[in-house]
Design a protein around this ligand. Structure first.
Ligand code: ADP
Ligand code: ZN
Length: 624
């Protein structure tokens, strides 16, 4: 009970200091208080309840909706020497009995439970006879009916406050706006709870949005130049597109890609998720059904081939990249078609009018983000009530400042073309008219006699698509979703047509040029050339893979990439050196110290003659 929280951080988890609000949350929870914790994905939420569960007497109960991931979470803890187990529907009856016996015998620090299992009479009964350290409610936004991932079984968690009034409760989430926060606190009956919010910034993630040209070719180039052999997630809107994209990546681009969506049977989904977690360099192509709670630390990129419905979803999805703090990319291709599709989905949904208006507003904010000409991170953070003093230097707009141009005349041409053709045609047709193309359809409608016919010859189709996209995104034109995407004027079109308002647009660069001018086009740089050694890195990873396979666990529960990188940088030679690596606590030192020290020693012996080995200079992770 008197264990010091710093000592546990160091001895068990192998970290030297707390990050963000961790220390305050942990102290508050150890003292028995309730709290609501908001931290971005990768912000370090787990330690906020794991350390109090270890330090306080009794069992810490963690409620999580993500049963598919519990075994890995438990395995990760066991590797550090923490006594953990889970209770959910994937356990055999024999395993359940074993876990229950461990709970009764007081032999566990942490128990992960699915909400429906927790609320069953058998578990409630078991827990009421057990000394409890705390309840941690993970993914707490699932309790909110207005949130984006409501789960009815979460509502019943209010029972915890009634049945176990003296046990501290800590609710954790990465996404919750103001109303959602209030709803969480009320529904979970948090007593005088303290709200802990840490900054939402994820400085190691580079954000980029590129105008769509040929999405597959663009994705392929992005993967080849930036992320060959890396693990990542590619999001698409529909199941069909997921399947087609995954197949294409495998067959045509040589990427180790697997599909994941709700239309696949549970066995296939589980298998694909396992391979993503356990193998190196697997790319999952998925609908948004994939990702929540995936705490794989070394996801190097998240790519969107379709536009997310809101900035909240976008930030949550992209947040799955780079949890280990190493550089990662959030990359998206975006075109007018996405806007039309999403608007159609909103219009065609069963939701009530108020809900639809809300969804349209969220979609508009998302479009605004895509069309930004200024720092993307600043806008994202502002959306969550956070501010950033200076432009971030790690988004496409910061790295290659965007040129804007006075597009008033082009906007007038586009608008008058839509107007004179009767506001019945889609963008492709309007562009043909503007560019004066000679097509059967244009002749049939006699649009070759319009004054706008051919006035836009000096711009190519790509440039015109950019103009239309920006006009629609900015509300200066609208897309009639019920009528095949025909373009109509809006109230905001008239001042432009009358010359009262000027329009400025971002100048979209052709895909190839855009890449060359931004850092987003270069392969990821090696960590620090002075200390980096690719062959040692590979040797360490190979050893980790062997150890993981022997125990049938994901490689990252043995050591994160960030720990291996430090091994390369510092070349520890003794147990003492080894114990100072981040992520090495007592248990891992005992279990794996000799294994990895042997790899490093063998490598040094082999490399001595050939290389001058630069030793001992620690490199901060964020500089790698
Ligand atoms: P979250 O649940 O908030 O998404 P995690 O708890 O999984 O985040 O932590 C994210 C990463 O940060 C993990 O790799 C974890 O090991 C690491 N981490 C957490 N706390 C610390 C700390 N105090 N020092 C160094 N690394 C930490
Ligand atoms: Zn920026």
């Amino acid at each position: 009970m008197t264990q010091n929280i710093h000592e546990v951080l160091h001895r068990v988890f192998g970290y030297s200091a707390f990050v963000a609000e961790q220390e305050a949350v942990i102290e508050h929870t150890v003292a028995g208080g309730d709290s609501l914790v908001l931290m971005p994905t990768g912000g370090g939420k787990s330690l906020c309840y794991q350390i109090p569960a270890i330090v306080r007497d009794g069992l810490g109960v963690v409620v999580s909706p993500l049963i598919a991931l519990m075994r890995d979470q438990v395995e990760g803890l066991r590797q550090t020497g923490v006594r953990a187990a889970c209770l959910n529907s994937t356990l055999s009856p024999g395993e359940v009995v074993e876990v229950e016996a461990a709970v009764r015998g007081g032999r566990l620090d942490l128990l992960y439970v699915a909400p429906e299992r927790l609320l069953g009479p058998r578990t409630l009964e078991l827990l009421s006879r057990t000394r409890l350290a705390l309840f941690a409610i993970d993914e707490a936004h699932c309790v909110s009916q207005w949130g984006h991932d409501f789960r009815p079984e979460y509502l019943q968690l209010s029972v915890l406050g009634e049945r176990f009034p003296e046990v501290p409760r800590i609710a954790l989430t990465a996404t919750a706006d103001e109303p959602t926060r209030r709803e969480i606190a009320a529904r979970l009956r948090l007593r005088d709870s303290v709200l802990f919010v840490s900054g939402f910034d994820r400085p190691n993630i580079g954000y980029a949005v590129v105008p769509k040209d040929n999405a597959r070719a663009q994705l392929r180039r992005f993967l080849e130049t930036r992320h060959a052999g890396h693990a990542g997630i590619v999001y698409c809107l529909s199941r069909r597109k997921v399947d087609a994209t995954a197949a294409w990546l495998r067959e045509k681009a040589g990427v180790n890609a697997l599909p994941y969506h709700a239309g696949l049977d549970a066995g296939t989904r589980q298998r694909h998720q396992d391979r993503f977690l356990r193998e190196d360099g697997v790319v999952i192509v998925a609908t948004i059904a994939f990702g929540m709670g995936i705490d794989k630390p070394d996801v190097r990129f998240v790519a969107h081939l379709d536009l997310p419905k809101s900035i909240e979803s976008y930030y949550q999805e992209t947040g799955r990249a780079g949890r280990d703090g190493l550089p990662a990319d959030a990359w998206m291709v975006y075109g007018l078609q996405e806007v039309v599709t999403l608007r159609q989905m909103v219009a065609g949904s069963e939701a009530g009018e108020a809900r639809k208006r809300l969804e349209v507003r969220k979609l508009d904010a998302m479009l605004g983000y895509c069309e930004l000409a200024t720092c993307r991170r600043r806008t994202l953070l502002a959306y969550f009530g956070d501010s950033l003093a200076d432009p971030c230097g790690n988004c496409d707009n910061c790295l290659a400042p965007v040129d804007t141009w006075d597009a008033t005349e082009a906007a007038q041409m586009a608008m008058s073309c839509a107007y004179r053709t009767g506001q019945r045609f889609g963008v492709a047709y309007l562009i043909d008219v503007l560019r004066g193309r000679d097509t059967e359809r244009i002749r049939r409608f006699r649009h070759d006699r319009l004054p706008t016919y051919g006035v836009g010859r000096d711009r190519d189709a790509r440039q015109w698509r950019s103009v239309f996209r920006q006009l629609v995104a900015g509300g200066l034109l609208s897309v009639e979703v019920e009528r095949y995407g025909s373009i109509r004027l809006t109230g905001a079109s008239w001042p432009v047509l009358r010359g009262e308002t000027r329009v400025h647009m971002r100048r979209d660069l052709p895909a190839t040029r855009a890449r060359r001018t931004s850092r987003a086009g270069d392969p990821a740089p090696p960590p620090d050339p002075a200390t980096w050694d690719e062959s040692l890195w590979e040797a360490l990873r190979a050893r980790r893979t062997e150890l993981a396979a022997e125990q049938k666990v994901p490689p990252y529960v043995i050591f994160h990439d960030s720990t291996l990188r430090e091994m390369v940088a510092r070349r520890p030679a003794t147990h003492d050196d080894f114990s100072r690596l981040p992520g090495v606590g007592d248990t891992k030192l005992k279990r794996y110290g000799d294994d990895f020290l042997a790899v490093i020693a063998a490598h040094a012996a082999g490399a001595e003659s050939a290389t001058q080995v630069a030793r001992g200079r620690p490199v901060p992770i964020n500089r790698m």
